[in-house]
Write a protein that binds this ligand. Sequence first.
Ligand SMILES: [Zn+2]
Length: 333
Amino acid sequence: MYGAGDVRVEDRPEPQIQAPTDALIRLSASCICGSDLWPYRGADPINEPSPMGHEYAGIVEEVGSAVSTIKPGQFVVGSFVASDNTCEICRAGYQTSCVHGESPGPAQAQSMRVPLADGTLVASADVPDDRLIPHFLAASDVLGTGWFAAVAAEAGPGKTVAVVGDGAVGLLGILAAKQLGAERIIAMSRHLPRQQIAREFGATDIVEERGEGGVDRIKDLTDGLGAHSVVEAVGTQESMMQAVRSTRPGGHVGYVGVSHDVTLPGAEMFFSHVHLHGGPAPVRRFLPDLMDRITRGEIQPGRVFDQQLPLEDAVDGYRAMDQRRAIKTLLTI
Ligand SMILES: [Zn+2]
């Protein structure tokens, strides 16, 4: 990405093993993330040409001399932050804040370098069938992020869950809430194709209103109390306050939309009695479980890919997602 709206597909040097803890993987597929749209739209500055992509699944080609559990030939999935998975923060389940954390990738490419391979990568028992690749690729970020949001919001049996945001992460937050046993799931969306996927993933109600109108509708649906659990998957002031105000006293907001200029009003937060927990999702915590669910055919998170393009045509994918013509674009290698 050279600047706002300026994506180019270029040849770059082949990735190399740089540290003995690295692995090189050949991607089975790549994709464009909703968070890539922040710089594409000029909301994050681009000061120099930046290679893109942080979601990946593929076959291990080579490992460094200190890598012991990951082997060439394995099919692996990793998170967008490489982590040792052994430090105190990782062991507490917050691998995206690993004290040795590094960035893998770039992943919008045929092959990539993954640091801290033993801690970062999770291998499947067998190399999966091609039709499962989109589901595993989704696990690398959007599924893991939606899952973390639902867990942080304490979605579970007997709970009413509301989801703010109908992008891939919001939709997969619905899937997660359903898997976690939520009783009622309210999707906030005004786009028919996204409402349909929301219902497939387990939404029981759809609210089309936004802002205060959306909050009023959530209150109407919950005896005036608000939802127990709210997933925030956008990252704007409006979406964050919509989430906080849709939550009942004592309830939980799980926020995973990358925060952009969000300012929380102190007095309102004080009197709300709402728990807030979120941040960059520690996807690594959930990967073994999510990959098992995909292998068993229990979840199809790759349903969020509604456009497929060759990697060479990534420019069209960015444009389609920016214009909301595509929820999420899979890039074939
Ligand atoms: Zn760590």
